[in-house]
Design a protein around this ligand. Structure first.
Ligand SMILES: NC(=O)c1ccc[n+]([C@@H]2O[C@H](COP(=O)([O-])OP(=O)(O)OC[C@H]3O[C@@H](n4cnc5c(N)ncnc54)[C@H](OP(=O)(O)O)[C@@H]3O)[C@@H](O)[C@H]2O)c1
Length: 371
């Protein structure tokens, strides 16, 4: 097996930059980039832009200049080229047919349909294949896909807006309904962007009852995530927007009568989350953004069933209201990042066990994506 050279790592970094362009739209597929290099020069490159569209390797081969070819080249691919006929033909075969001499792979694809068979095929065809020994940036980029493949559950992000004195909701008049924003409109746009990035968005029965949220993407570009409501006791009313607006929702429990756009999952309070995770895997949902409220977030925090925490700190105090659950602080929260956002402040945390699983002690992309 050939050694990984510093130059290999540089080309792989370029392939990873391309993979990042996939962003929203590749799910449930991973984000992958590919660079074809010969004699120290890039012949062409590509990335997987959208599910159903060409994979990165096919995109790079298609981007070769007219009359050009990849014979004798090295392909740098952030994830093992696939070997199965999925929505598109197998990339390992396309690379073999292209005549490349070497393929440097960022990581083996844990998808059981691939799991080393793309590498085996290329080796059997005489291509020299080198696999990076560690690729934490690539794993971080595809943490949602990898979580589903390796841990059998989606990547879970907890989001919480909190006032300077620690409340998630201001004091309400008796029976007062609707969402009462704590953070600024600019930060709300950012959170809509976050919604578009994830496969599903989840809230508890209390939030549906009080806020009647639409839980869609209105203030950013991108697809709506699947809405999930945890209501094992059937406390919510069927006239809530998440049930009545005709768009898909998955509800654990829920009201007795539901329209066709709503799928019910029968579970009790004890087995709600394990059953939900199983169901989401079957639906190829790779990530869940948990938006509240306090009780729901608290339960995820208490059981340790979370990977990222995004705390949106508002500068003003509410002087009472709904107390936010307690989150890790001090030494328990070593993996933190903080970003001012206008008058607000976003605090990120990565669960230490999740960071260790990804393979990095310092997640490299703890940046706030701009709305
Ligand atoms: N600041 C923010 O970021 C933010 C975001 C969203 C909401 N909020 C506010 O939060 C308030 C609502 O919060 P809340 O604490 O009253 O209620 P909630 O968290 O929205 O809902 C709690 C209910 O959801 C169900 N549930 C939650 N986790 C579950 C689990 N793991 N398994 C089974 N069922 C589960 C339970 O229903 P059962 O008890 O029926 O079993 C539980 O009582 C609203 O006032 C809203 O404005 C604030």
């Amino acid at each position: 097996m050939s050694e990984v050279t510093p130059r290999d790592r540089e080309w792989m970094a370029e392939a990873l930059t391309l993979a990042r362009r996939g962003h929203i739209g590749t799910a449930p597929n991973p984000r992958v980039g590919c660079v074809l290099v010969r004699d120290g020069h890039v012949l062409s490159s590509g990335w997987h832009a959208a599910v159903g569209g060409p994979h990165a390797e096919a995109a790079a081969l298609q981007a070769l200049p007219p009359g050009g070819n990849a014979r004798g080249a090295t392909a740098y691919v952030t994830l093992e080229p696939c070997s199965h006929h999925g929505r598109t033909p197998p990339c390992s075969e396309a690379l073999i047919a292209s005549g490349i001499a070497r393929c440097v792979v960022g990581m083996v694809d844990p998808n059981p349909k691939v799991a080393g068979s793309g590498i085996d095929r290329m080796r059997a065809a005489g291509i020299e294949v080198t696999i990076l020994d560690a690729f934490p940036e690539g794993r971080w980029l595809n943490r949602r896909f990898l979580s589903a493949m390796e841990r059998g559950r989606p990547w879970i992000i907890l989001k919480c807006a909190v006032s300077a004195d620690g409340f998630m909701d201001p004091p309400r008049e008796r029976g007062e309904m609707g969402s009462l924003a704590i953070t600024s409109p600019a930060l709300r746009r950012l959170t809509h962007h976050w919604r578009a990035e994830e496969g599903a968005i989840l809230v508890g029965a209390g939030t549906v009852g009080t806020d009647d949220p639409a839980l869609n993407v209105r203030e950013a570009e991108g697809p709506n995530p699947l809405r999930i409501v945890l209501d094992p006791e059937g406390r919510t009313m069927a006239d809530r927007q998440v049930y009545a607006d005709g768009h898909p929702t998955l509800v654990v429990g829920g009201p007795q009568e539901l329209p066709e756009s709503v799928v019910r999952l029968d579970a009790n309070s004890q087995d709600a989350l394990p059953l939900l995770m199983e169901d989401l895997m079957a639906r190829e949902v790779r990530s869940v953004l948990v938006e509240g409220g306090a009780d729901t977030l608290g339960r995820f925090l208490d059981t340790g069933l979370w990977d990222e925490l995004r705390l949106c700190h508002a500068p003003q105090r509410t002087g009472g209201g709904l107390p936010a659950p307690s989150w890790p602080t001090g030494e328990d929260a070593l993996l933190r990042g903080e970003h001012p956002f206008g008058a607000d402040r976003v605090e990120y945390q990565v669960h230490p066990a999740s960071a260790a699983w990804v393979g990095t002690l310092c997640p490299p992309t703890l940046s706030v994506p701009l709305p």
